[in-house]
Design a protein around this ligand. Structure first.
Ligand code: BMA
Length: 361
């Protein structure tokens, strides 16, 4: 796919958040159209987490302004169409996120990516507001309850959401347009490794957490540049489990899934297809786009993984994008995209050149 630059003019409309219609500003509305049109043209866009912040052996400087380097570009000559970033740490006012990215550089890189014609998505691994541990601290089942109205951490947590809103509000292009962002909070909640996970809160509490987040960012703070993505984990899901904690049609714009390969390709493809079958059905019933919001095979030990495993598993689904996880520069085994010299680099370049795969220049 050749890049299409979105040149929407700024229009902050007086909109309500209660109906889908009018929920989006001009930029996010154009992005919704673009995501749908890539699906209609049979293109699946490729995404990579933290792509412009660091790679397998490098990290940008705090004051970087150009953001030219990318492991993905080094290997195939194109940038990923979708650029993932994570908010973890913004809630406590940190200068850097949980993976040591400066929030200021994340914002500058996201704006640069948007201006290149790319798409920006944010996940959030917030700290545990009750125990003061991290997102993976599942020592208490009271955490979600504690942040809801009437809970002992409610006020603290609303302050956390305030910082998220302040940050998102600051994503402006030089001519004052707000960058549209695919936001996927409270992800992988069908598992129980985050404090908002399935065994850690009730269905009602999870839904109330989503609604509170949505109402605050969208209605109270008027952030209409957000496209909301629901991203359960793929492990062991059925349609019932996938939909069990569905926040409501009016609060979700994109149906996602996070799915990683840990064992054989056959197992991965089976799990991914199971999830995609469910998502395709639910997406069609509710008129929502579908995306693989996180995926990957750590260390990519299979040289033809991209064209022999990943792409064949995805190609028959009406998907907007697939995003592989980060290439940690401080953990040599922890990478999900190739870099120059990595075993799957040539195969990745072949994958990126497929007419059904979308990259940007
Ligand atoms: C996980 C790992 C961690 C990282 C976290 C948030 O999957 O990559 O190292 O801190 O995501 O990005």
């Amino acid at each position: 796919m050749k890049p299409t630059l979105i040149t929407a003019t700024l229009a902050i409309l007086a909109v309500s958040c209660t109906s889908q219609e009018g929920r989006f500003d001009e930029g996010s509305s154009a992005l919704m159209d673009r995501l749908q049109s890539t699906i209609d043209s049979g293109v699946i866009m490729y995404g990579h987490q933290d792509d412009l912040m660091y790679g397998h052996t490098w990290r940008i400087e705090k004051n970087e302004t150009e953001f030219l380097r990318s492991d993905v570009k080094d290997v195939c000559g194109h940038y990923p169409a979708v650029y993932g970033l994570d908010l973890g740490g913004i809630e406590i006012g940190s200068e850097q996120n949980l993976d040591n990215n400066y929030f200021s550089a994340m914002r500058a890189s996201a704006i640069a990516h948007h201006l290149r014609g790319g798409i920006v998505t944010f996940s959030w691994h917030p700290r545990n507001p009750l125990t003061e541990g991290d997102a993976w601290d599942v020592s208490s089942k009271e955490v979600v309850a504690s942040v809801l109205e009437g809970g002992c951490r409610h006020e603290l947590f609303m302050g956390w959401l305030g910082r998220v809103a302040d940050y998102f509000e600051s994503f402006k292009t030089p001519d004052g347009q707000l960058v549209p962002i695919v936001f996927r909070p409270w992800h992988e909640h069908t598992g129980s490794w985050f404090w908002w996970g399935r065994d850690l809160c009730t269905v009602e509490q999870y839904q109330a957490l989503w609604k509170m987040t949505f109402d605050y960012l969208c209605a109270e703070r008027g952030l209409h540049n957000l496209i909301w993505s629901y991203s359960p984990g793929a492990g062991g899901i059925t349609e019932e489990i996938y939909m069990e904690r569905w926040p409501g049609d009016e609060m979700v714009d994109m149906i996602g899934v996070d799915c990683y390969q840990y064992g054989s390709s056959e197992d991965f493809v089976r799990e991914l297809r199971n999830a995609l079958d469910i998502m395709k059905k639910v997406g069609a019933e509710r008129s929502k786009m579908i995306a693989v919001t996180e995926a990957g095979f750590e260390g990519i030990p299979q040289a033809d993984w991209w064209t022999a495993t990943l792409y064949p598993a995805l190609k028959d689904y009406p998907l907007t994008y697939v995003l592989t996880w980060r290439n940690a520069c401080d953990k040599p085994e922890h990478f999900y995209a190739p870099f120059q010299g990595q075993a799957s680099a040539a195969d990745f370049a072949a994958f990126a050149a497929l007419p059904g795969v979308g990259m940007i220049e």
